[in-house]
Design a protein around this ligand. Structure first.
Ligand SMILES: Nc1ncnc2c1ncn2[C@@H]1O[C@H](COP(=O)(O)OP(=O)(O)OP(=O)(O)O)[C@@H](O)[C@H]1O
Length: 257
């Protein structure tokens, strides 16, 4: 995989994930193998129920796999104890969720510094300042989440993820709750953090425009990686998604006949 560093920030090797048993059993991931190069921005796309969130949760150590291996940097996530997983989530990965997930009683600054305080790590003030200026939050640092717009709250969540310099930032529909202007601000910030700070980002999205900010799009269908696209544009991503719909549609029709 081509990157400035040539390193892999995260990888899934033949990962299987099964939910439930018997008739209720769902195979959410069918032997997924995927690499996420360091310093690259990858979008994961695919139809609803194709396993995007499951893959991301397994990669981030938020969910267990049934088979296969996950690595984040040099760490084999699959072999970690609960304590090891907590440490991984605290020290090596950053999260951005659709619902922002900020603590309402804390100010923007306190929210941003929370992962560092939990890990008893001192903030690098110069880096903190750089992150704050990049997301444009300098005059909002002492506001509580309820005093901020959705876009500003999501920028706080982005800064919180970035300030700890994680190996990978996982973003689950980060623009899903934002209007297009606030969404594009967040996406531009994510793009800058890759271009200027060599951050690795893995983002699940349904939105072809959001995916066009990535370097690569990984397409999932029925729990499997079915395609990838480099240097995506929104139009090319949309065409690819339409093609999937046609393939899935005709497969279903054949099943009926
Ligand atoms: N906790 C769970 N228990 C049982 N089944 C689950 C659970 N989580 C996910 N699934 C099932 O696993 C499959 C993959 O779900 P997943 O949420 O990963 O898909 P997705 O591509 O992220 O979907 P969406 O785009 O709708 O968010 C789906 O069939 C889903 O119903």
């Amino acid at each position: 995989m081509t990157t400035a560093t040539g390193k892999t920030a995260a990888r899934a090797t033949d990962v299987w994930k099964v939910y439930g048993t018997g008739e209720a059993q769902v195979i959410a991931l069918h032997g997924v193998t995927a690499e996420f190069a360091a310093g690259q921005f990858t979008a994961i796309m695919g139809p609803s129920g194709s396993g995007k969130s499951t893959l991301m949760h397994c990669l981030a150590g938020l969910d267990f796999t049934n088979r296969g291996e996950i690595h984040v940097g040099d760490t084999n996530v699959t072999g970690l104890s609960d304590r090891g997983l907590t440490k991984l989530r605290r020290d090596k990965v950053g999260f951005i969720f659709q619902q922002f997930n900020l603590l309402p009683t804390l100010t923007a600054e306190e929210n941003i510094l929370l992962p560092l305080s939990i890990g008893k790590r001192k903030p690098d003030r110069a880096w903190f300042d750089q992150v704050i200026d990049t997301v444009g939050l300098r005059d909002r640092l002492h506001h509580k989440p309820t005093e901020l717009s959705g876009g500003q709250q999501q920028r706080v969540a982005c800064a919180r993820a970035l300030v700890q310099r994680p190996e990978v930032i996982f973003a689950d529909e980060p623009t899903g709750n934002l209007d297009s202007r606030a969404g594009s601000e967040v996406l531009k910030f994510l793009r800058r953090s890759v271009d200027e700070f060599q951050q690795t980002i893995v983002m699940v999205t349904h939105d072809p425009v959001a995916a066009s900010y990535a370097d690569r799009v990984l397409f999932l269908a029925d729990g499997q990686v079915v395609d990838e696209m480099f240097d995506p544009t929104a139009d090319r991503v949309l065409d690819e998604l339409k093609r999937f719909d046609e393939v899935v549609g005709s497969a279903k029709n054949e099943g009926i006949q």
